[in-house]
Design a protein around this ligand. Sequence first.
Ligand code: IMP
Ligand code: MG
Length: 179
Amino acid sequence: MEQAIESVLFSEEQLSQITGRLAEAINAAYAGRTVVVVGVLKGSFIFLADLFRRLTMPCELDFMAASSYGNQTTSTGFLNITKDLTADIAGKDVLLVEDIVDTGNTLSYIKEYLLTKGPESVRICTLFDKPSRRKKSITVEYVGAEIEDLFIVGYGLDFAEHYRNLPYVGILKPEIYQS
Ligand code: IMP
Ligand code: MG
């Protein structure tokens, strides 16, 4: 597995520092409130597990998953919700947690969808952001780290469903995704 990695971009220790900084900002912002934390499956699950246990306010946990219908519809932002919320978010503060924001299509679609359920607020926390690839403008309140236009894997992030179990985040060798 590790032969597929060109270099390590974020070590376990760096990921822990980033998650700690994000938790601090979120804890300060939501002090005294109750939050419904919604993880976007699957990529966010390891980051979310580490972030969630550092949150100090009362929290509910839920998950959503969405997939694009196909390449053409991806760019226009039409997605299929493959796993919906179980929590009732009406009147509640929602924090959406994502692994990486790329074009912005996924999160802008999910956020619009959540807003139809009458929450008090919806904010976004992402571990990584690739702003140079954005197609949909979207406000992301909490960003762990901005990265260049590279394909990264590990710590929950996959290429073709593999490499999620790497404990660090690495840059995938281009020959892996070009073959
Ligand atoms: P968006 O809808 O284009 O913003 O895509 C976001 C989704 O694309 C993320 O939730 C990831 O699943 C996937 N993605 C984008 N860039 C990467 C990457 O570098 N590594 C792994 N997955 C990525
Ligand atoms: Mg993915």
